[in-house]
Design a protein. Structure first.
Length: 209
């Protein structure tokens, strides 16, 4: 379902980003006080809310004086992993349980909905640790890097390896510039709110990919 077409001047976009941008984080997101603390230090508004794809997204809050009569949601999400160990657990060799492929199914749903997905991994040396096998998993390094690279090619806009001290910064900059680009392009009519996103069904997948 399409919304209204909104066009903004450069000065209006700057105003919306500085005064009406809010970060949303998923209700399932755990141990993220360091991220919320960073937001608070920078006076960035945030709210806990169910997000179907990714752990973080952003909205522009309603601004009636600028013709925005409801919050604007955008097709962008950030998936956070607190370590290479966690990512290895997500991508390791699958059994027959659907939980083992949750991350990939989530990325598939996002692509089908046109959502730009970014991956943030809290390990500044993460890529080298994957290559060298420095993680707690039986997942072999060649398989690990192959699976990650395949997912990056198919579903992920960018992957950031970072210290957890800078996670909040990277989440914010990714979402800030994604929303800015949507506003500049005037593609607001193509964005859906979270309830509309939830109405889109995806075919059930079984087996590996």
């Amino acid at each position: 379902m399409e919304g209204i077409k909104l066009r903004f001047s450069d000065s209006e976009i700057k105003k919306l980003l500085s005064e009406n941008l809010m970060i949303l984080y998923d209700t399932r997101e755990q141990v993220n006080d360091h991220i919320l603390s960073w937001f608070e230090t920078k006076k960035i508004p945030y709210k806990r809310q169910v997000i179907n794809e990714g752990d973080y997204t952003a909205i522009i809050k309603a601004r009636p004086d600028m013709g925005i009569y409801r919050d604007l949601y955008f097709k962008v999400g950030v998936e956070r992993k607190n370590s290479v160990d966690e990512l290895a657990g997500n991508l390791g060799e699958k059994t027959d349980t659907r939980d083992d492929i949750r991350l990939e199914r989530e990325l598939i749903r996002a692509k089908m909905k046109g959502i730009k997905m970014f991956l943030v991994i809290e390990d500044p040396n993460g890529l080298q640790n994957i290559i060298k096998g420095n993680y707690r998993s039986q997942y072999k390094p060649n398989s690990f890097i192959g699976k990650l690279t395949s997912l990056q090619d198919k579903y992920i806009q960018n992957t950031v390896f970072t210290s957890n001290l800078d996670t909040g910064y990277h989440i914010f900059r990714i979402l800030y510039y994604a929303v800015r680009n949507f506003l500049i392009a005037g593609d607001i009519n193509k964005e859906m709110d979270l309830d509309e996103m939830a109405e889109i069904e995806i075919l059930n997948y079984s087996g590996g990919f």
